[in-house]
Design a protein around this ligand. Structure first.
Ligand code: IPD
Ligand code: CA
Ligand code: CA
Length: 286
């Protein structure tokens, strides 16, 4: 396991310091597990909602590792994790959101882009967000009011790009893309020629970490679940960027669309997504 640093640059009165340290430790431990499985070679693959919505033993092993420890350390908190049925929310309003392996398709094909995402939300607001870039062994974390960071190396800062024409964006396509015509191709067709490029790396959590780190200028995607973006949005906002749904409003547990950007590009990116959907006869919100 990677060594755990406890000298994180957070204010002593930040109330979720323990949660942050636990999330970083678990994201790294789960990352180590996924990396060793990745190096062992191809995995047996199961399917979920559609034939392209995959599940591997690695998703389950990573989730087991994370949830066992979260429930032991924070028995009073709720947990919403991708590979479990339902969730419980508790009276204290604290909810962990866990994607034990974000980028399962990549993992199953040994394409080296996948992540672990762990976030703690309290009373509907993100307090802690950690995204572990498994293959590059990098820990992106953010805490409310404490900034966004790459491990303990440096503070994250969004890019300064202010023109779509000079931007590099990322997006993703829903698993139901073959059977639902609302499949993000209208938006992709509008934005690809309007920018320097649009990447589809295959991990929403990493897409947002890379917006926070200024490697990408913006990101949009429909049909996401809260565990996909719960950590990423805190990374982006604490790094000086903006996150909204397709209507321009704040994200909540029911949100299914995400636009994340460096802030300067937000209106232009949002307008382009909305215009593409209007032209395609699609509703703005899902
Ligand atoms: C998926 C990835 C992908 C995104 C999908 C997500 P999963 O998560 O984040 O990049 O396009 O919408 O569902 O299924 O690999 O955890
Ligand atoms: Ca995911
Ligand atoms: Ca997942």
């Amino acid at each position: 396991m990677m060594s755990m640093r406890i000298d994180l640059p957070i204010a002593p009165d930040f109330p979720y310091g323990d949660a942050l340290l636990t999330a970083i430790t678990l994201a790294r431990r789960a990352g180590d597990l996924l990396l060793s499985l990745h190096r062992q070679g191809p995995r047996r693959v199961m399917t979920k909602s559609t034939g392209v919505d995959l599940l591997t033993e690695a998703d389950l092993a990573s989730q087991d590792l994370i949830l066992t420890e979260l429930s032991r350390r924070f028995p009073e908190h709720g947990i919403l994790a991708e590979e479990t049925d339902g969730h419980h929310e508790t009276a204290n309003g604290a909810l962990w959101l866990v994607d034990p392996l974000d980028g399962t398709t990549n993992f199953a094909h040994r394409f080296p882009v996948f992540a672990v995402s762990i976030a703690l939300w309290v009373d509907g607001r993100p307090q802690v967000g950690v995204v572990q870039d498994v293959v590059r062994e990098r820990t992106y974390w953010a805490a409310a009011g404490q900034g966004a960071w790459l491990a303990d190396e440096r503070r994250l800062q969004v890019s300064e790009t202010s023109e779509l024409g000079q931007s590099l964006l990322a997006t993703g396509f829903p698993y139901r893309r073959a059977i639902n015509t609302d499949n993000n191709l209208a938006e992709f067709n509008a934005l690809m020629p309007a920018t320097r490029g649009v990447r589809r790396a295959g991990s929403a959590a990493l897409d947002m970490a890379w917006v926070a780190d200024g490697r990408l200028d913006g990101y949009w995607e429909p049909y996401l679940a809260p565990w996909d973006w719960a950590a990423g949005i805190l990374l982006v906002t604490e790094a000086g960027g903006m996150v909204s749904d397709y209507g321009g409003g704040p994200l909540h547990m029911g949100s299914r669309t995400v636009v994340a950007s460096n802030g300067r590009l937000h209106d232009a990116l949002l307008a382009a997504v909305q215009e593409a959907r209007r032209r395609a006869g699609l509703p703005i919100m899902l």
